[in-house]
Design a protein around this ligand. Structure first.
Ligand code: M6R
Length: 606
């Protein structure tokens, strides 16, 4: 959601803070700021908008302190302007925060009665004032922070520096991730290891309720009761990663083109290519006995789960319950004994998904997660993790993470199917073969982007776009609609093709493009009938299909041709046209493709 970073350095740290924030900008980017301790005093620079505005401000008005914190914001409380930008501070303390302080109104009222005046609309500012109030009563910074933390409710990660203390920084974690980086005579804090990658690969993740007192010489960890605790450090692999678009105009396009490679990596993790069967890790459960799989996730990850429902039901004959995490977490859904709950998340930090995971765990479910960030909270709280090997995904619109989730889930469905005996070894070989051919088909599809560029001229003028599909093409249609609205801001909806005549058909006229996702499979004829209903009402059809024009048999405005693949793997291949339609429409319209308005890559608030 927001990104935070802190450095206790040997030299002035402002530029390094901005560098680290650049690596966190995917978490939020509506304002940014840094603060440092210089000659015992706190000073800060903040700027509305992208990080480059802050960098410009700093080049005009540098900060020289060697102890500093930084923040890139995705607004929750208060408009995205400079006044609400972090760090928030008093004469004694400066704070950056990711998350939400739920009881900030009560705290604010109490402090206001004591004469404190506030200069922002944020929840974060109360933290600075709470600590300051304790210090004014005589507490040292560590004691004051401990007391203030005890009064906060909600989800937060905090980094705090103090006037008069050049060698002190405090970090705290409750519900939002925070990593400590160990350097040589320097110490760091960051929302994730990627932020700290240029500085160090020795990382310690705070556990829930932990806080940490940093000096240049090391870190002292405390639990939520203030007791000193040991926390192990690990060597993070994030340091090898460079934020780099290569030759591509946007991270999103780079990530779209990485798919053949990362799908290969992911598949080879779950498939024995020589034997032609799934080679699944031991999940600590008897897959043959799984009575039901409960799936939960958000956004694009949820749509991957929806595809998995079709696969698990069809190939593994296992009942599946699926819901978006923001609903499932509060539904008090009953769970079967011995059930498996599966969570899908690129970041592994999505607040609603994590809350649902904890609910399912409390219901005695075996927790599996499909995550891209292996050190994430969702991964750490799962009984078993199925990593997607997509590599860091920087574009806010999920692309390669989605198809890697699909690849992993396809293998999971086959693993259960084999264990339950619902697929024969021959069928397994056939489906594995189909999966291994996916990267090649993706390469073929990505060679020809001109039709998508041409289509963008027309789609960019639409006010609404409908996406239709049946079977696994239905979630893919929804993913297409989500991608388009996310980055082009054109209103788009994905519908089950057969459901259209129950309402959405009223929207059809010659101004509404209808994208029909129709692989030439056993549902093709049904989808064509729905397409004809659209055509009969003057609808302009964009057909995404491998079927020949003769087989389609009705007028289409554009036919985006897709390689013919086994029906099992169509979701993986048809995801790419969805991404390309959205990408080229958005770039033609000139929107900020990698950082679309109002969104954040990692949604760590409810
Ligand atoms: O990190 P997660 O996969 O848990 O994120 C879930 C959604 O926020 C995410 O998929 C979102 O919908 C993407 N921006 C879609 O492109």
């Amino acid at each position: 959601m927001c990104g935070i970073v802190g450095i206790l350095g040997e030299k002035p740290v402002a530029n390094e803070l901005v560098d680290a924030l650049r690596r966190l900008e995917y978490r939020g980017y509506d304002s940014a700021g840094v603060a440092t301790v210089e000659n015992g005093h706190l000073d800060r620079r903040r700027a509305e908008g992208k990080l480059r505005n802050l960098a410009e401000r700093l080049s005009r008005q540098p900060l020289k302190g060697r102890a500093g914190i930084g923040h890139t914001r995705w607004a929750t409380h208060g408009a995205p302007n400079e006044q609400n930008a972090h760090p928030h501070m008093t004469d004694k303390v400066s704070v950056v925060h990711n998350g939400i302080i739920e009881n900030f109104r009560e705290i604010k009222e109490t402090l206001a009665r004591e004469g404190v005046t506030f200069s922002s609309e944020t929840d974060t500012e109360v933290v600075a004032h709470l600590i300051t109030a304790e210090m004014r009563r005589g507490a040292d910074p560590v004691t004051a922070t401990g007391k203030a933390l005890g009064q906060l409710k909600g989800a937060f990660a905090l980094a705090i520096i103090f006037a008069g203390y050049d060698d002190l920084m405090i970090g705290a974690r409750e519900g939002s991730p925070l990593a400590v980086g160990h350097g040589e005579g320097e110490m760091y804090l960051g929302s994730d290891a990627i932020a700290l990658a240029p500085f160090t690969d020795r990382i310690t993740y705070l556990e829930e309720g932990d806080w940490v007192i940093l000096h240049r010489g090391g870190a002292e960890f405390r639990d939520r009761n203030g007791r000193k605790v040991e926390r192990k450090s690990i060597t993070s692999s994030a340091s090898g990663f460079l934020v780099d678009k290569g030759n591509h105009k946007h991270f999103m396009l780079k990530e779209i083109h990485e798919q053949p490679e990362v799908i290969s990596h992911t598949l080879t993790n779950y498939i024995d290519l020589v034997a032609g069967k799934v080679a699944f890790p031991d999940l600590g459960i008897d897959l043959a006995q799984v009575p039901r799989v409960t799936i939960s996730a958000c956004g694009t990850a949820y749509l991957a789960g929806l595809v998995a429902k079709y696969w698990l039901e069809r190939y593994a004959r296992v009942p599946v319950e699926i819901d978006v995490a923001s609903e499932m977490r509060y539904r008090e859904a009953p769970m079967p004994a011995g059930g498996v709950a599966l969570f899908i998340s690129q970041s592994g930090e999505t607040a609603d998904t994590l809350a649902t995971l904890r609910y399912c765990k409390a219901q005695g479910q075996r927790i599996l997660s499909v995550v891209n960030v292996r050190t994430s909270t969702i991964a750490r709280e799962s009984h078993a993790v199925l990593p997607t090997l997509a590599g860091p995904e920087i574009g806010v619109a999920s692309t390669k993470a989605f198809t890697c989730q699909l690849a992993t889930l396809a293998c999971f469905a086959l693993a259960i199917g084999r264990a339950k005996g619902t697929i024969t070894p021959e069928k397994e070989r056939e489906l594995i073969q189909a999966l291994t051919e996916v990267p090649r088909h993706m390469v073929g599809l990505l060679r020809e982007e001109q039709p998508y560029e041409d289509l963008a001229h027309w789609l960019s003028k639409a006010r609404d776009v409908l996406y239709l599909g049946r079977g696994t093409a239905f979630p893919i249609a929804m993913e297409g609609a989500l991608k388009l609205k996310e980055i082009s801001y054109i209103h788009a909806e994905g519908y089950a093709a057969g459901e259209m005549k129950h309402g959405p058909i009223a929207l059809i006229d010659e101004n509404v493009p209808v994208v029909v996702v129709a692989p030439d499979d056993d549902l093709f004829e049904k989808t064509v009938s729905n397409m004809q209903e659209v055509a009969a009402r003057g609808g302009q059809i964009v057909l995404v299909s491998d079927a020949s024009s003769e087989k389609v048999g009705c007028r289409v405005a554009t036919h985006l041709s897709v390689p013919s693949v086994h029906p099992f793997v169509t979701p993986l291949v048809y995801a790419l046209p969805m991404q390309l339609i959205a990408y080229h429409t958005a770039t033609f319209m000139g929107t900020d493709v990698d950082q679309p308005r109002n969104l954040a890559k990692s949604v760590t608030v409810e």
